[in-house]
Design a protein. Structure first.
Lengths: 177, 526
């Protein structure tokens, strides 16, 4: 039993992360700066699984655990596509999901960005040319960035988002000279 | 219910009658028995098996198995260590067993979509994995269809949409949820019929992620199918790859070296620990208790990182191969794993104590989402979900594969069948798996890790206890290539149980009930 009174009187300590992860910290710092600059302090992502083997979603979910805690870099995963800047697609687009995927994309306000996460979303992977799928995410909408991997690790996904920020910044500068 | 002898096939005659002579019974390489039956013999046999508490664990069709008919239907029955497969030749129509074994309903709808077999007397004839967009009379698993892109329908009219069960009555309203959900999870549709806040009926509609795994494997060399088996469900890739490899090894009589089985077992148990930790963290997130959830998600991430140290993959991919494992894991890496598990276990106990001593957690978990023991057999519920409801099924104990006969895990069923029981069963299994890995590392022999031998033709069933329960596959090799790769994961069976588990609960408890059952959408949809 955890005793509440002991907790109250115990000396408070703030301990550092058990496993300091320099790689994540440095990507995160850079990402934070870019999100602050390009997206006004917050990047809202809607994740959409269109036929993955579920490993890619698990890795995206991992970004929210205390090791990565992507929210401190300004990234939040939102419940509705209407609140999202970025659509993250995992898995090849199956015929059964195509309508729902299109509706999700259409519900997003512009400007919107689409990121394909994992080999299947990038190209269709091993399912390319088979009866169940349309193919990679680009068969349905324009793709701004592809993050390859089976599945890509959380660090690779963060690095990918950093590349997206740079690309989005380029587009923004072109549009407002 | 009389006890059946452990060996020989005389029990089949004792059960089904003297007409089932020895020459009719085919012994499979995994100690399963195949009996070809006439259509008129099938229903009486199924009734007898039902009376003797056999469970229908799979029903699938195979083309080109018999000379007498284009299609053969395999009904797989299991009771403890006995596995009996009744084979019916089918040309167009077959009798439905869904009345006797409700689990057959999804199996039969699956056979209809894949092969166009119609089931007489079936209570549900809607399409299953082929949604409205697929053309009529399209049956992708037929050999006459070559795997290629198909022309699908667009602009489906409301009258042609999937008909859900409708509940009528005063104050009943429907809540449609999905396929795109609020969180980062896989797609599926839930149709709730609700009175006030209480769920009166739930119908799940899955297969949004149907990618055509079974068809994809057809015609390939067995070694080229490992990636396909791992893709069935990303977080149980070791289990599915092991099941597939075991089938090929049994058919081809390849002896897997002892060290390889130790390594496979270590990976299987690590996969179980990671999966259970993920569930436990998820269940606590769903009741908004981040303090507890973070204990488990931190430990999970550390386990995933040790997986990457062991195999180079956070999901343990690309390591299982036909004949053993593709690469050895050094003894020093393994002892590093044991050191990690020692401190893991201490910290896990702390996390568990925090969670189980918090009254609001118990309040949300206890009596929520009860699955009655009486549902286990009719619905073929498997894995930790069954063990939390008083079931004693565990493939590692009932059909020990590899070295599990020497390292049989304790089966510790609980009776309540609620979310709390499922949480506690998984906690015990995590500790048991950690113990088992320590024993395995202490006793692992040196030697080869992979034996190469030519692949032979034949067919067999194989079963593995994945984190979610019994994963079954049936493989047939012809001319050195895969002729049929039938996969049935534990999730496929357990999805129907959730429709019963949520009844009488409130919608707000649905996420935690769903998470406590940890169902893989990818593994169901294939």
């Amino acid at each position: 039993m955890v005793n509440a009174i002991t907790c109250l009187f115990r000396k408070k300590v703030t301990s550092g992360s058990a496993v300091p992860d320099d790689e994540i910290e440095s990507i995160g710092r850079e990402l934070r700066c870019e999100i602050d600059r390009v997206f006004g302090h917050s990047l809202a992502i809607r994740e959409l699984d269109t036929g993955s083997d579920n490993a890619a979603e698990i890795e995206i979910n991992t970004l929210t655990n205390p090791f990565y805690d992507a929210e401190r870099f300004g990234i939040s995963f939102v419940a509705s596509p209407r609140h999202a800047d970025v659509l993250m697609i995992t898995g090849a687009i199956t015929h059964n999901m195509a309508v729902a995927a299109q509706k999700t994309y259409d519900a997003m306000p512009s400007p919107k960005f689409v990121v394909a996460v994992g080999d299947d979303a990038c190209t269709g992977g091993i399912f390319k040319g088979t009866y169940g799928v349309l193919g990679g995410a680009e068969t349905l909408f324009p793709i701004d960035l592809k993050i390859a991997g089976n599945p890509p690790s959380p660090a690779q996904i963060l690095t990918g988002l950093l590349a997206l920020m740079k690309k989005a910044d380029g587009t923004r500068q072109q549009q407002s000279p | 219910m009389a006890a059946l002898p452990d060996t020989g096939n005389s029990w089949i005659r004792e059960l089904l009658g003297p007409s089932f002579a020895d020459e009719r019974i085919i012994n499979g390489p995994a100690h399963e028995y195949y009996v070809p039956v006439e259509e008129h013999e099938f229903m009486p046999a199924a009734e007898t098996l039902s009376l003797h508490k056999f469970v229908l664990i799979s029903l699938f069709a195979v083309e080109g198995f018999s000379d007498r008919a284009p299609c053969s239907l395999f009904s797989v029955f299991e009771r403890k260590q006995h596995v009996l497969v009744l084979i019916r030749d089918v040309d167009g129509n077959a009798a439905s067993v869904a009345g006797l074994f409700p689990a057959a309903s999804w199996f039969e709808r699956e056979c209809h979509d894949g092969f166009g077999i119609r089931f007489d007397g079936s209570f549900d004839t809607r399409r299953l994995f082929l949604h409205e967009c697929y053309p009529e009379e399209f049956h992708p698993l037929k050999k006459s269809f070559h795997n290629q892109p198909v022309e699908v329908k667009t602009g489906i009219l409301p009258k042609n949409e999937y008909p859900f069960r409708v509940v009528h009555g005063e104050g009943v309203y429907q809540v449609p949820v999905g396929p795109v959900h609020a969180g980062i999870i896989e797609p599926g549709h839930f149709r709730f019929s609700v009175i006030g806040e209480t769920i009166f009926n739930l119908e799940v509609r899955m297969f949004y992620k149907h990618r055509g795994i079974e068809k994809l494997a057809e015609g390939r060399l067995p070694a080229d199918c490992l990636g396909i088996a791992e893709t069935v469900s990303g977080d149980e890739s070791v289990a599915n790859a092991t099941a597939f490899c075991m089938a090929v090894e049994k058919i081809s009589q390849i002896a897997v070296p002892d060290r390889a089985w130790y390594l496979r077992t270590i990976l299987l148990e690590m996969e179980r620990i990671v999966s259970h930790l993920n569930d436990q963290a998820g269940m606590l997130v769903d009741i908004a208790f981040p303090l507890g959830a973070n204990q488990f998600s931190v430990l999970r991430e550390e386990c995933v990182r040790s997986n990457a140290l062991l195999t180079g993959s956070r999901f343990l991919k690309n390591r299982i191969c036909i004949g053993g494992v593709s690469q050895d894991i050094s003894n020093s890496t393994l002892s590093g794993l044991v050191d990690f598990l020692k401190q893991f276990r201490k910290r896990y106990k702390v996390g568990l104590k925090i969670v189980l001593s918090t009254t609001s957690v118990i309040d949300r978990f206890a009596t929520t989402g009860v699955i009655k023991k009486s549902l286990l057999r009719p619905l073929n519920i498997t894995g930790p979900v069954a063990r939390a409801s008083g079931g004693t099924v565990d493939v590692r104990a009932n059909h020990p594969y590899g070295i599990y006969d020497r390292y049989a895990p304790p089966v510790r069923p609980l009776r309540d069948g609620d979310v709390l029981s499922r949480f506690t069963v998984k906690a015990a299994e995590i500790m048991d798996s950690a113990d088992l890995i320590e024993r395995l590392v202490a006793e692992i022999p040196d030697g080869e890790v992979c034996s190469s031998a030519p692949v032979k033709d034949g067919y067999t069933i194989s079963m593995v206890e994945a984190a979610r329960g019994q994963n079954l596959c049936w493989v047939r090799i012809r001319n050195g290539r895969i002729d049929r790769y039938k996969v049935r994961t534990a999730s496929f069976c357990n999805w129907l149980a959730i429709e019963h588990a949520v009844q009488g609960n409130i919608i707000a408890d649905f996420p935690v009930i769903n998470k406590s059952m940890n169902l893989s959408y990818a593994g169901t949809d294939l």
